[in-house]
Design a protein around this ligand. Structure first.
Ligand code: NAD
Length: 370
């Protein structure tokens, strides 16, 4: 009897379903050769769910996610739903509630650019001859995006004001510092913590807490600090000076997107959002998704790059199921397919592009059968 891995599959909108179909084929094949199978329950999310049920995250979808050990997410949104009130729009009404509901406090985004894909980066090739390899660890459920109060009101003089609250507790900072430390131990052992401690009180607490935490629990890790404005410049100047970047919610939102662009196509970049809860396997519950969105400009054509979704699936096997060996095999297969010249249009650069299905097939063929 194969061992079953229970996951919720939320393809979403645009290229989401196309990438998901490809990723599921690869995951199923990689798992089958080791005696595992995916027990995948598919559910509606985003614009597709709005069209069908009137809301971006229907209760049935939430139940499917609650019954699973991990969520494999595609992408949500598109022009069709952009005229809805902001609170009902797919990203805001589906992704943020999922993060809050499952307390997905840690977002890990690898910034990996293979040497073969250096032309995909806007950086000069001589700056990154061997590609790019870093990880951004972003706090995901605190800071200014979730802080209360949030308000907007008219003033007696006819003017108008709005406010958001940036707030962090020491315990929130410590738990994300732990995630960054563990990531660094698997890599080069360096963490750069990014804040704005010259201006923001939350950043003063952030810097003090991170320093004390690493001093006490991870003295072997090389810790440095940068102000966020400088970090943004350094990311564009020499991304390989970073190993693990640790930062709070809003700075991480911006820096990880900058990292995405210096690393070439969004079609190659995956992410994991890990929760406080443990799943049936005793591993962290998590949501795994490509770094890019629903790519409405190419949706429906079958030409999107499935690698980001496939690699998100590999992260899911590693973090939520403890199957790092199978994740390694999938990541190696993606790398080999690209090295041997299989490229979707976003990473083709003069090579004849293949479509989504052919790219997935090329990856599939390179997964060793055990
Ligand atoms: P996008 O990431 O969808 O697209 C930006 C560019 O990258 C486009 O040219 C697109 O074709 C390309 N791209 C992205 N993923 C690709 C892939 N796998 N293969 C090949 N090319 C790829 O960003 P956008 O255009 O700003 O947003 C489109 C929609 O997606 C919006 O509705 C936005 O709200 C939504 N969005 C959703 C998520 C999410 O679901 N997590 C994230 C970002 C944006």
């Amino acid at each position: 009897m194969p061992t079953s891995l229970k996951i919720a599959v939320l393809p979403g909108d645009g290229i989401g379903p196309e990438g998901m179909e490809a990723a599921m084929q690869v995951l199923q094949a990689a798992l089958a050769s080791d005696g595992y199978e995916l027990e995948a329950e598919q559910a509606l999310v985003g614009g597709a769910a709005i069209d069908e049920c009137g809301e971006a995250l229907p209760p049935a979808t939430l139940t499917t996610c609650e019954n699973a050990s991990a969520i494999l997410f595609g992408s949500v949104g598109g022009p069709k739903w952009e005229t809805l009130p902001p609170a009902r729009q797919p990203e805001r009404a589906a992704l943020l509630p999922l993060r809050r509901h499952f307390r997905l406090f840690a977002n890990l985004r690898p910034g990996l650019l293979y040497p073969e894909l250096v032309p995909a980066s806007p950086l000069r090739p001589e700056l990154i001859p061997d590609g790019i390899d870093l990880v951004c660890v972003r706090e995901l459920t605190g800071g200014i995006y979730f802080g209360e109060p949030k308000a907007r009101h008219s003033l007696p003089d006819g003017d108008e004001e709005a406010l958001d609250t940036m707030i962090y507790k020491r315990s929130e900072i410590e738990r994300i510092a732990e995630v960054a430390a563990r990531a660094a131990l698997e890599r080069q052992g360096r963490v750069c913590s990014v804040d704005k401690a010259n201006v923001l009180t939350t950043s003063v607490l952030w810097r003090e807490t991170v320093s004390a935490f690493f001093d006490r629990y991870y003295p072997q890790i090389e810790l440095s600090h940068l102000y966020v404005d400088n970090a943004a410049m350094q990311m564009a100047r020499n991304p390989n000076q970073f190993d693990v970047v640790l930062t709070e919610n809003m700075f991480g939102d911006i820096l990880s997107d900058e990292m995405g662009i210096v690393c070439g196509s969004l079609g190659m970049l995956c992410s994991a959002s890990l929760g406080l809860g443990r799943n049936a396997e005793g591993q962290p519950f998590g949501l795994y998704e490509p770094a890019g969105g629903s790519a409405p400009d190419i949706a429906g054509q079958g030409i999107g790059n499935p690698c980001a979704q496939i690699l998100s699936g590999a992260m899911m096997l590693r973090f939520s199921f403890g199957l790092g060996n199978i994740a390694d095999r999938i990541e190696k297969a993606v790398r080999e397919a690209v090295r041997e010249g299989y490229r979707t249009a976003d990473i083709a650069f003069g090579k004849e592009p293949v479509n989504t299905a052919a790219m997935a097939e090329a990856v599939l063929e390179r997964i060793p059968r055990v």
